[in-house]
Design a protein around this ligand. Structure first.
Ligand code: NAP
Length: 300
């Protein structure tokens, strides 16, 4: 990898998260090329070089940063015809920021190593507005030397980095965190429905929670969204939240532990998707909890 200031970065995947990340890299002076399946989105990163193919985007790249929806998208972009594995120069890093399974992370780490390339999993915490403010929490996993060389990139997009020893551990740490978020959503939805059954206004109850011992960024933000029934436009789509809870449960099965809270949230998320709510915000799972409590999907 060349030195920091000459670092050539390709960003593949310009959705809600990839686009602000790419814009911040441009703003911090990195040379950035961008590619997206729907090519129109390359216009969302002024100052970057738009590329029509993955091969064009990663020619001469030091780092190919992927921020794609899920395992299937990452697999297609990496292992598909004309994909990253064939196109990335030897010695370059594939920095995978999507939230994906442990299995695909292991598979890609092996596949890249066999080509003399390196796969670093680097999932992030923070929603699109946090990404836009360059305040993400970055969880990169891989050899220390590589993570140190990537530090200027992490600093350009985030406020703190939490290194893990391997790509698999980075993916697992992210899933553990998303399980915390999903479980917190379920608890908030149940607690607010419980209070409402007794006639307590959810916003008033949130004031109690955030003003006493429960305040945290997740509780404050998601609790407020649930209390106000603000689920659109989605910053993190409910269908992606279900994807993550499914990944947690798949990994927990492989590891031989049961995670009953994850199973409850999974059922509620599946019900929400079945009702056509996959594209509202993750916090919208609370509508299912409300219905089960006999409150009606949304407070009137
Ligand atoms: P998004 O807005 O739905 O963007 C998804 C991206 O994946 C788009 O660029 C899309 O391309 C691309 N894609 C999907 N299927 C593809 C395929 N088969 N081939 C090529 N490209 C494909 O999602 P996001 O919110 O940016 O999330 C991206 C990742 O970050 C996910 O793994 C998510 O779990 C994780 N994440 C999200 C948040 C959040 O708050 N949103 C926070 C932390 C982590 P098109 O534009 O062509 O559809």
């Amino acid at each position: 990898m060349s030195n920091t200031h000459a670092l050539q970065i390709s960003v593949l995947g310009l959705g809600q998260m990839g686009a602000p990340i790419a814009r911040n890299l441009v703003a911090r002076g990195f040379a950035v090329r961008v590619w997206n399946r729907d090519a129109a989105k390359t216009a969302s990163v002024p100052g970057a070089t738009p590329c029509a193919t993955i091969a064009e985007a990663v020619a001469g790249a030091d780092v190919a940063l992927t921020m794609l929806a899920d395992d299937a998208a990452l697999r297609e972009v990496t292992l598909g015809a004309g994909g990253l594995l064939d196109a990335l120069p030897s010695g370059a890093v594939h920095l995978g920021m999507s939230t994906v399974s442990l299995a695909i992370v292991s598979e890609l780490a092996k596949a890249h190593a066999a080509r003399g390339q390196e796969y670093i999993a680097s999932p992030v915490f923070g929603r699109p507005d946090v990404a836009a403010a360059a305040k993400l929490f970055v969880v990169p996993g891989g050899p220390t030397g590589t993570l140190e060389r990537l530090a200027p990139l992490f600093a350009a997009i985030g406020q703190a980095t939490f290194p893990m020893a391997t790509p698999e551990q980075a993916a697992q740490a992210k899933l553990a965190g998303n399980f915390m978020i999903a479980g917190t959503l379920e608890i908030l939805a149940e607690a607010l429905a419980f209070g409402e059954k007794g006639g307590i206004d959810p916003e008033k109850l949130m004031g109690l929670f955030t003003g006493t011992v429960f305040g945290s960024p997740i509780v404050n933000r998601y609790g407020g969204m649930i209390a106000r029934a603000e689920f659109e436009p989605a910053a993190f789509a409910l269908r992606l939240g279900l994807k993550d809870v499914n990944l947690v449960l798949a990994a927990s099965q492989q590891l031989g532990l049961s995670m009953p809270v994850a199973s409850v949230v999974q059922q509620h998320l599946v019900s929400a998707v079945d009702k056509g709510l996959g594209d509202i915000d993750f916090a919208g799972v609370s509508t299912i909890v409300r219905e089960e409590a006999g409150l009606g999907a949304v407070r009137r």
